[in-house]
Design a protein around this ligand. Sequence first.
Ligand code: ADP
Ligand code: MG
Length: 314
Amino acid sequence: ATPTAVMVATGVGASNGVLIKGGDALERAQKIKYVVFDKTGTLTQGKASVTTAKIFTEMGRGEFLTLVASAEAGSEHPLGKAILEYARHFHFFDDSFSSKKGGNLDMESKHPGWLLDVSDFSALPGEGVQCSIGGKQILVGNRKLLIENGIDIPPHVENFVVELEESAKTGILVAYDNILIGVLGVADPLKREASVVIEGLVRMGVNPVMVTGDNWRTARAVAKEVGIQDVRAEVMPAGKADVIRTFQKRGSVVAMVGDGINDSPALAAADVGMAIGAGTDIAIEAADFVLMRNNLEDVITAIDLSRKTFSRIR
Ligand code: ADP
Ligand code: MG
């Protein structure tokens, strides 16, 4: 293709909301054999919401939600934000609570008055959050986080988490003062176009793959819904780039589609990195293409554009 053809393609891309950062990536895109998708925020809407909160102790609902939301207040993770939102709504509609706190329940406020003071906060990527409230440790996250901290997960709790995961939800476990006190179920619906795009890619001879830090059971349920057979779950942030390299070692051209900080090493490692426009700046920086409309159909638009631009010279 002539430089002019590449310029024209870049313009066509831009008018479709596909920002192409270089002619080389555009050329590589015609040969893509695998498209590796991140799950949360890429295949799914990234708008997680809490669907269940189950408490396994005598603790009241308001107290439980306040504890968990306070622990997540410092988190940037969509799961953390979903929990805060849920607790905020609960308190907003809970009269006894709002009268106790003098009605100080500003729905917009980032740090509403009902949140508790937190110390020693740390976010553990791929696991959850950990901090201290009232001099006691609180852990909010997946099994790995609890097991690492020596928290026992009783069978009835494990069964409840499995039930959530089998229905494509993520189970978030909460331990306070070394005791498992509750579990939250979080759902994050698929993007509306996701399964059509997966079908389209397969028809084009491209293999879709899903990679996620989430647990195997939830990952399999989501993959089944969207029509992806090749799934890699419980992948820690650094591991996503390794997944890309595994396919490259077999001599294939690999694209990565992602939105998060934890996707940026994989976006950089891929032959063609595609960032979701609504994603984090670090992901956008690491990518070759930016899908400004946040619509997965543009993965196909990008490959099509490359094939059309470069096929004439083959
Ligand atoms: P993904 O690859 O799907 O974006 P992450 O690597 O960000 O997933 O997270 C993997 C898992 O770690 C989540 O599914 C969740 O179980 C747990 N986790 C991460 N951050 C948090 C948080 N702030 N609160 C609760 N759980 C979390
Ligand atoms: Mg993501």
